[in-house]
Ligand binder design. Sequence first.
Ligand code: FE2
Length: 235
Amino acid sequence: MSKFFPTPKSTQLNSDVELIAFSCQDTLVQLVYLAPGATFPLHQHLESQMGMIISGRLEMNVNGTKEIIEPLQQAYIANAYVPHGSVNIFPETALVFDVKRIITSLPSEKTDEVFLKVSSKKDEMTGFPCQFVVASWFEIVITKIPPGGIIPMHQSASEKMGIILNGQLMMTVGDEQQQLEYGSIYYAPGDVFYGGYNLSDEAVSLVEILIPPRSPASYQEASFSERTARSLTAT
Ligand SMILES: [Fe+2]
């Protein structure tokens, strides 16, 4: 069995909700399909959870705050024991990725906001445009890798989980290599070298989840620029 390319496990929760789960050591990554009208009732658990919409839309409720989440535009965050649930009030199926993990110690006393919008920047390593969200225990980076584009072999202290949204990506993690497409993910533990390239003739969208975020500094920086942006736009 592969260490770095987890096998998907599919579960039909009910007629409206299908889960495809990937187990990455202490982290569970799930792709969830919610048919129109599907409801995921409010619930809470020890694991901290976050996620984003990949396609469709969803009304998400986190701790009583409701927001319509749009594809790859905002992340929801429900830390340990924070109630959360969702309803698909739209006519198309919603596809969400959820990440669950027990977070025993947050790097700061600061609590996360329950909805965070993505910001844009250039990825420092590849130079490709990317969008990102940084919270207390994770970071999400969405990169568009052009045809033939290369992610150089590298490592970092964070654990990385990568979800391929389209096209084909040839990924090497440690001593394993696999061609990935939608529905498959890679898992690169901290300190394992990994990299890859886009095999297809289309730009590949890659969602990478990093736990913890690359550096507490990037978290502070992001919350600072977010606060600044908010105070500038507040009227
Ligand atoms: Fe949950």
